[in-house]
Design a protein around this ligand. Structure first.
Ligand code: FE2
Ligand code: FE2
Length: 276
């Protein structure tokens, strides 16, 4: 089903297998769904496949940035593996979407990756901001998103798929935290200045891309797509309980993020020119 340049490889985490634990062929919870709920879930999981494919492109940027930054080989190796992981996530999400659809769905459309410009940052700082933006912010919030989805899910296929995805995202987040910890204090302070706009944009994108339909609430929740407000609360929780404390541990200024969180973490302002 996969076209050649979208393929995960035997060099990946499970040596050519898609998942650690097999996805069941049959799921009574899916069979019991109404047709329109199945269609909705197929569309959601298919869109997730497209998003995972875009993250694979993002990890190619991260891998190259880490090489230019002469990061430890262990981090570069993890980023190389992450590209493969995200291709697996694409295929896994496509497979789950196909189970809901009741037929084999094609690869999703390729979403364009918009690499942030980080205007005003030096080339070296920009590379670090790519790593921190993707791994510390996006992968940590992706972990919180998946945890929220799996905590609310009961459908066997969805639960197994979400657990598989979650186990990789934790490693992807580690790349960013390890890189951040390796920087000197002055560089970390420069990075800290960018954290609020990056966190803001991250949450804004998540909100835009997870608008689940309230009319299908129970079925969607059961199969890994809880309501938008539940997801939003989990992502805000990740910022407050994981990212802010992690930054503090590294002696980074978190006041702008905390003020925004305290004010309700709204994301309705125009896109931030600062990091485009
Ligand atoms: Fe992923
Ligand atoms: Fe990831």
């Amino acid at each position: 089903m996969l076209i050649p340049d979208h393929e995960y490889t035997e060099r990946g985490r499970w040596h050519g297998r898609l998942t650690n634990k097999a996805i069941p062929d049959h799921d009574d919870a899916i069979e019991a769904l109404r047709g329109e709920d199945r269609e909705k879930l197929a569309a959601i999981w298919h869109q997730r496949a497209a998003m995972e494919r875009r993250v694979a492109d993002s990890f190619e940027v991260i891998r190259d940035a880490l090489i230019r930054l002469r990061a430890p080989q262990a981090l570069i190796d993890l980023a190389v593996r992450a590209v493969d992981d995200e291709y697996r996530h694409t295929e896994l999400s496509r497979l789950v979407a196909s189970r809901f659809a009741g037929r084999e769905l094609p690869m999703p459309e390729k979403l364009a990756l918009e690499v942030p410009k980080h205007k005003g940052a030096s080339a070296e700082l920009r590379d670090t901001l790519f790593v921190v933006g993707q791994c510390v912010l996006n992968e940590t919030t992706a972990g919180a998103f998946l945890e929220c989805c799996v905590n609310h899910a009961t459908g066997p296929v969805a639960v197994i798929a979400l657990r598989e995805l979650l186990s990789d995202e934790i490693d992807h987040g580690r790349i960013g935290w390890a890189h951040l910890a390796s920087l000197d204090h002055a560089t970390r302070s420069e990075v800290a200045r960018w954290m609020f706009p990056m966190a803001y944009l991250n949450l804004q994108i998540w909100k835009k891309e997870t608008p689940y339909d309230a009319a299908h609430r129970d079925a969607l929740t059961q199969h890994g797509a809880p309501p938008a407000e539940v997801i939003h609360a989990a992502l805000v929780g990740a910022l407050r309980d994981l990212i802010v404390p992690g930054m503090k541990e590294l002696e980074m200024d978190t006041s702008a993020i905390e003020e925004w969180l305290d004010a309700g973490a709204q994301t309705d302002r125009p896109p931030l020119e600062l990091i485009r």
